[in-house]
Design a protein around this ligand. Structure first.
Ligand code: ATP
Ligand code: MG
Length: 425
């Protein structure tokens, strides 16, 4: 084939169909003859934005259009007679070329992407369609390649992918950091609650420890006067053992309080509230605080979830109520009876509502919107961490599917818990 497509010469030998006239579009003269058509086709190939390569059956290049030269840097003269492997780069796997040749030799059309090398050594990516060219007898005489340079599109795609990956990595990193922070806060909150428990146990032990000390002193005083009889010894021992038994029961009762719940279970919210109140009992009594539980419905019911986390919430709210009552005594010289009222009922949505109210110092307007923020505290001096309410709200929302909110802030405070009841999901 001539290095330039010559419509006139290509026309020779072609079957002409003189009456065939093709109109390009309105306003253009119809093409007069096959010569016009071939001229048109020739120009199309010359001006094509797609690079076109024609090879013979051995793969020897017979024709390339100007777009090919523009992309690869090989002129028509340089390309003719060469094999398209002048463009081949190690970035395209040999298997791809193998498949390409197998397909077109079998009369099929191969479609795919090739990473090739220009004359100047630069890589470029082409989207290629390579097809066998058949003569009018159906014999393959040439191969035709139509190729589009997609290097910049690929670069944009790769850049997008890179950005995507780095975005994902950043999201991962930030999620990791947030989870670390949340774990840290959860641990801190557990420590705070643990501190409450140890404080409560210390209060419960105060009385029996004092009694134990008295028993030992009396035993010593009696022993100084005379040799202790078997009966006296037995009595001292029994008295001492009663106190020790009480102390060990306290430990026993509350030791399970903070073991982490492993899986969701059906639990009795009322029992949890009673457990938490009992833990604080002696502390409240010694601080002149009365806790009253009003159960307005038959509350022999179960809730799905994590009982120890729920106890942690109640303990937090009871601790806050106690602090608020003590605070109001200090600031306002208010020495009225401290009261914590716990109202429990089922609302119209069949959810369990628990209102925990106190007659403490209340919450001023200026901080009402901040009390659930992590690390917000007005108890810096006494070592408050300010994560009690934050964690309690998280537990209610995420572990128990309910909520915790402030219901009333004046003349004491009321916090409301909503808890779904019923079967495990
Ligand atoms: N019942 C309440 N009455 C008045 N103020 C309250 C009450 N409960 C909470 N607050 C206010 O909300 C703040 C945040 O409470 P939160 O339980 O999150 O932290 P904290 O009690 O200060 O510290 P921590 O729980 O670590 O001991 C408290 O410092 C207090 O100012
Ligand atoms: Mg608190």
């Amino acid at each position: 084939m001539n290095k330039h497509l010559k419509p006139e010469s290509r026309n020779q030998g072609q079957t002409s169909s003189p009456d065939k006239s093709i109109s390009l579009s309105k306003g253009h003269d119809p093409l007069e003859s096959n010569t016009d058509l071939l001229n048109m086709l020739s120009l199309t190939v010359e001006q094509s934005p797609i690079s076109i390569v024609i090879t013979d059956l051995e793969g020897s290049i017979e024709f390339v259009n100007p777009k090919f030269s523009e992309i690869t840097g090989y002129t028509l003269e340089e390309a003719i007679g060469k094999n398209p492997r002048i463009l081949k780069s190690e970035k395209t796997l040999p298997a791809v070329h193998k498949e390409l040749w197998a397909t077109i030799k079998n009369g099929g059309i191969w479609e795919g992407e090739l990473i090739n090398r220009k004359k100047n050594g630069d890589f470029f990516t082409e989207s290629a369609k390579i097809a066998p060219f058949k003569n009018k007898h159906g014999q393959i005489t040439h191969y035709l390649a139509f190729k589009e340079d997609i290097t910049s599109r690929k670069q944009v795609e790769e850049e997008l992918q890179r950005l995507n990956l780095s975005l994902l990595a950043r999201i991962d990193e930030e999620t990791g950091q947030r989870m670390k922070q949340e774990r840290l806060m959860a641990n801190q909150a557990r420590l705070v609650a643990m501190g409450e428990m140890i404080g409560a146990i210390a209060h419960q032990w105060r009385q029996p420890l004092a009694t134990l000390a008295m028993i030992v002193q009396r035993m010593h005083a009696v022993g100084c006067r005379h040799v202790l009889t078997g009966e006296e010894l037995e009595e001292f021992k029994n008295n001492a053992m009663r106190q020790i038994k009480y102390m060990s029961e306290t430990i026993e009762e509350f030791s399970g309080f903070y073991s982490k719940d492993k899986r969701a279970e059906q639990f009795s919210p009322i029992k949890c509230i009673n457990d938490a109140v009992r833990l604080f009992e002696t502390q409240f009594t010694s601080n002149n605080i009365i806790v009253t539980i009003h159960a307005h419905d038959n509350l022999d019911l179960l809730a799905p979830g994590f009982p120890n986390e729920f106890k942690q919430v109640i303990l937090n709210l009871l601790g806050n109520a106690r602090d608020a009552i003590l605070e109001s005594r200090i600031i306002r010289g208010n020495h009225e009876q401290g009261r914590i009222e716990i109202d429990i009922f089922i609302n119209e949505e069949r959810k369990l509502i628990i209102d925990i109210g106190d007659n403490g110092c209340g919450i001023p307007d200026s901080i009402v919107n901040r009390i659930f923020d992590p690390y917000f505290t007005t108890k810096e001096e006494s070592g408050g961490t300010g994560i009690g309410l934050y964690m309690s709200r998280m537990i209610m929302l995420e572990s128990l599917g309910g909520f915790l909110k402030l219901q009333k802030a004046e003349n004491g405070a009321v916090f409301r818990i909503k808890l779904p009841i019923g079967e495990l999901p």
